[in-house]
Design a binder for this molecule. Structure first.
Ligand code: DUC
Ligand code: ZN
Ligand code: ZN
Length: 497
């Protein structure tokens, strides 16, 4: 009997912590040996001249999320995870969205039905809390956190999803008490509503005005407010899809005060600008929120990646067809920017874009690349060390890269169901040539080759990174364990948080 199911030889392994030449022995879907001249495996992969990295963890993507009437996401768990695998990503974390009036558990159960046995890479769920009723906050959310849904997103905008500040505080208090990580979409809803009305009154409804209706200032204000709410409750939060300088300034300010504010950015804020929303209705292809900014903001986002301000880079893959009545042309019509579904595809291009423009140009190191795209998201969401690293005992989720492969991105080569990519024609160097999920090849030699339904659901642990600091090490400016104090009060018959 062979010692190993698979051995990957002669590659240069890069993890978040180190870079080394070693062979990897895989058995039963896990890494069981790292060393030189390992015994032969049933399957042998020669990675000479290649980079061997942990598969990507895309911790912010939207697949088959329930939409308002007439709209539908182009990717479900089958096609979304296929696209992920072909771009070197081995774990995805999409969102189980609570519809207002629905129980959170019903939303999670519905999302499991949608996932079915369709996925080819492993997946966990974040929740989206849109209706934090007393029942949801007291019973459902704590129970679901304990069962492995240990992160949730809160929106400060979108009429059907937004929470007001008091609701956010109450929900953050639950995150603190039960060890969950809250992700915040930070844009000011009332400012967007007023700017949208004003633009419409002036007849400005083309896609380009989507960016005008959501300027940097409204993201800056909401980012600062989210930081303040997190400070009041004394719980770490993650600001998702940070788009530029003014939001980054707020996060740097918070870090200067010792607050644990994590930050995520996405390729659209590094590679696109608001100009991509121009050019007539074609601009609808790049309508997403927050919108891409300008070149000066791109540079500031790159600096934030280089100097460690950002914890992770996710795709925010939100797939809508351009030429389709369920996508960017609702009912088959070109509509005003208010009615264009927000979101762009990117689960397959996230890693190659960042590798090419980040690592190959020297803006970030190879180890930072692994941290930002795999190890940190796994740690942030309670999946590490099973995911996000190459170590003895970890799942054999591995992407083997040809670092010199030159690729011109075209939608025809991608594996999503969207009929365009915002990155059409961009030239990149470096692409994953083989992807393994728990030791099985899912992408190899230019072919998607995952066994049907190979992807497994991953219950998430309570993330260490979300753990509130003990009271005695918190700075003098903290309110302190206010939720705990309130819990004591409520036990004594007082008012509950
Ligand atoms: N913005 C979001 O908040 N979610 C999905 C896509 C988008 O553009
Ligand atoms: Zn968002
Ligand atoms: Zn999103």
């Amino acid at each position: 009997m062979k010692d190993f199911d698979t051995v990957i030889r002669n590659g240069l392994i890069a993890t978040a912590a180190e870079t080394m030449y070693a062979d990897i022995g895989i058995r039963g879907g896990r890494v069981v040996a790292l060393g030189q001249e390992l015994a032969r495996g049933r399957d042998e992969i020669d990675a000479r001249g290649k980079l061997v990295m942990p598969g990507g963890v895309d911790a912010h993507c939207h697949f088959d999320q329930p939409m308002e009437d007439g709209l539908r996401m182009a990717d479900d768990f089958l096609t979304g995870t296929r696209s992920a695998a072909c771009g070197g990503t081995t774990t995805v974390i999409p969102f189980a969205q609570q519809i207002k009036g629905q129980s959170l558990r019903a939303a999670v159960e519905d999302y499991h039905r949608r996932a079915g046995r369709k996925a080819s890479v492993d997946y966990a769920f974040h929740m989206i809390v849109t209706d934090p009723t007393p029942e949801v906050l007291r019973e459902e959310l704590p129970a679901l956190i304990a069962e492995g849904y240990s992160s949730f997103k809160i929106y400060m905008t979108y009429d059907d999803m937004k929470l007001d500040d008091r609701q956010i505080l109450r929900t953050l208090a639950v995150a603190r008490r039960h060890g969950a990580l809250a992700m915040i979409h930070a844009e000011n809803a009332d400012c967007i509503a007023w700017l949208t009305e004003t633009l419409e009154e002036a007849g400005h409804t083309a896609p380009a005005y989507h960016a005008t209706s959501r300027p940097m200032a409204i993201e800056r204000e909401a980012t600062h407010r989210a930081i303040t709410l997190s400070e009041l409750v004394d719980v770490p939060i993650l600001i998702v899809h940070v788009s530029g300088r003014e939001a980054i300034d707020q996060i740097r300010w918070a870090h200067g005060r010792g607050l644990r504010i994590y930050a995520e950015t996405c390729p659209q804020y590094l590679f696109l600008t608001a100009d991509n929303l121009g050019g007539g209705y074609e601009g609808a292809k790049c309508v997403c929120s927050p919108p891409p900014r300008d070149r000066a903001n791109q540079r500031v986002v790159w600096e934030g990646l280089s100097d460690g301000l950002f914890t992770l880079v996710s795709s925010d893959h939100a797939p809508f067809r351009f030429d389709g009545p369920e996508g960017k042309k609702p009912g088959g019509k070109e509509v005003g920017f208010r009615h264009i579904p927000n979101g762009i595809p990117g689960v397959e291009t996230r890693l190659p874009l960042l590798f090419s423009e980040g690592v190959r140009t020297g803006r970030i190191s190879l180890n930072q690349f692994v941290s930002l795209t795999s190890t940190n998201p796994a740690r942030l969401y309670g999946l590490h060390p099973r995911k996000g690293t190459i170590a003895i005992g970890s799942d054999a989720d591995i992407a083997i890269w040809d670092p010199d492969k030159e690729v011109t991105i075209e939608n025809g080569m991608l594996h999503h169901e969207v009929d365009y990519t915002p990155y059409e024609g961009m030239q990149v160097t470096g692409w994953p040539v083989t992807t393994l999920v728990r030791g099985e090849r899912v992408w190899d030699g230019g072919q998607f080759c995952a066994p049907a339904g190979h992807g497994e659901f991953l219950p998430c642990g309570k993330p260490e990174m979300a753990r509130p600091r003990p009271q005695d090490t918190a700075g003098g400016h903290y309110v302190g364990n206010l939720p705990d104090a309130l819990a004591k009060l409520s036990k004594a018959g007082g008012h509950a948080a």
